[in-house]
Design a protein around this ligand. Structure first.
Ligand SMILES: Cc1cc2nc3c(=O)[nH]c(=O)nc-3n(C[C@H](O)[C@H](O)[C@H](O)COP(=O)(O)OP(=O)(O)OC[C@H]3O[C@@H](n4cnc5c(N)ncnc54)[C@H](O)[C@@H]3O)c2cc1C
Length: 310
């Protein structure tokens, strides 16, 4: 059924029309979703996904939008955001259970304060637990694949529980498809002196402060690191530090971050990414691959669309 033919009475009250997605991302840029729902239970997730499936609407889930570019023209489908019971955190006998919408750094703090280590790598990854699973997020030599025990995944058909092996995790990659939403994840912890954990967190926070842009809008790493190389190093060597398109520029502090100002559009960010990638290739480097996900108006969540490079 085409979107224009939906009658107001057919739309559940918790599904909103024309909601700007910019406030739900760390860059604060991008257009609006035609349909948007904040869901607070597994049942609500399945029901909203079923509603969209019945109407052939594409779907996407948004976490903290910390690794996400939304097209300036927005999205012609339904976007779900997890809240309420789906953003809870609880410590359970050497594990931490996180709702898909739970803040991952908050889970780290919660574990650390009770003398549990294992997920400290997530302290400065400003996303949700669900986003961390989807991206196989990681830092300082540890990734989600190393600590995930299982996750509950919802779709329009219902839900299932998947072990870490079921996600085909690779560097910043899982096999989750559009319409598959992590609503709960269990991470393994180990007992550790709270002071030791706190010390590690302090050290890594200081390292971040010294090496990455602070107090500006970014979306984390722009490109994944090629094997045995650093995307930041390659971009810097190709003269990209400080390079600007419109309201977006490669950070003068770390070239694999793009700083986005209030005047920026997503198109500026994409054009800047394309230019940085072209320069690295022209300088004899590898073709860089975007780490950041992209919400396309009709194709949904896709790799950030950049021109082909040979
Ligand atoms: C300052 C800064 C530093 C960062 N540092 C790191 C770092 O060190 N390491 C690192 O790995 N990343 C880093 N990131 C990137 C980002 O924080 C991670 O990728 C994070 O895991 C994304 O989570 P999110 O909730 O924000 O997901 P979003 O950006 O909202 O979405 C990203 C993808 O995950 C999917 N997704 C989100 N929630 C769910 C869910 N519940 N179920 C299924 N799919 C879902 C989305 O559909 C999308 O495809 C950084 C970002 C910033 C801004």
């Amino acid at each position: 059924m085409a979107m224009g033919t939906l009658l107001a009475a057919e739309v559940p009250t918790d599904i909103q029309r024309h909601v700007s997605l910019a406030p739900y991302t760390t860059t604060r840029v991008g257009g609006a979703a035609d349909w948007f729902a904040t869901v607070r239970s597994r049942r609500a997730v399945v029901s909203a996904l079923g509603w969209a499936a019945d109407r052939d609407l594409p779907v996407a889930v948004i976490g903290k939008g910390s690794n996400l570019l939304v097209d300036d023209d927005g999205f012609r489908g339904l976007v779900l955001r997890l809240a309420g019971a789906l953003s809870g955190i609880s410590l359970r006998d050497g594990r931490i259970w996180c709702g898909g919408g739970a803040s991952f750094p908050r889970a780290v703090q919660r574990a650390a304060a009770s003398g549990w280590g294992g997920i400290e790598f997530g302290a400065s990854i400003p996303g949700t637990a669900g986003g961390a699973v989807a991206m196989n997020a990681g830092a300082y030599g540890t990734e989600v694949v190393d600590v995930l025990e299982w996750a509950v995944v919802c779709s329009a058909e219902g839900h299932d529980v998947r072990g870490a092996d079921d996600f085909d995790f690779a560097y910043r990659h899982s096999n989750l498809r559009p319409g598959e939403i992590v609503t709960l994840a269990s991470f393994r912890l180990h007992e550790e002196d709270a002071e030791v954990v706190a010390g590690r967190l302090r050290e890594w926070r200081t390292h971040r402060r010294d090496t990455q842009p602070q107090g500006v809008r970014t979306f984390g790493s722009v490109f994944t690191n090629p094997p045995r190389n650093g995307a930041g190093r390659l971009l810097e060597a190709a003269g990209c530090k400080g390079l600007r398109v419109g309201g977006a520029r490669f950070s003068p502090k770390h070239a694999n971050f793009i700083e986005v100002d209030a005047e920026s559009r997503t198109a500026d960010v994409v054009a800047l990414m394309a230019e940085g990638r072209r320069r690295v290739r022209a300088a004899g480097g590898p073709v860089l691959h975007p780490e950041v996900h992209y919400l396309h108006p009709t194709r949904g969540m896709i790799p950030t669309p950049l021109p082909e490079l040979s």
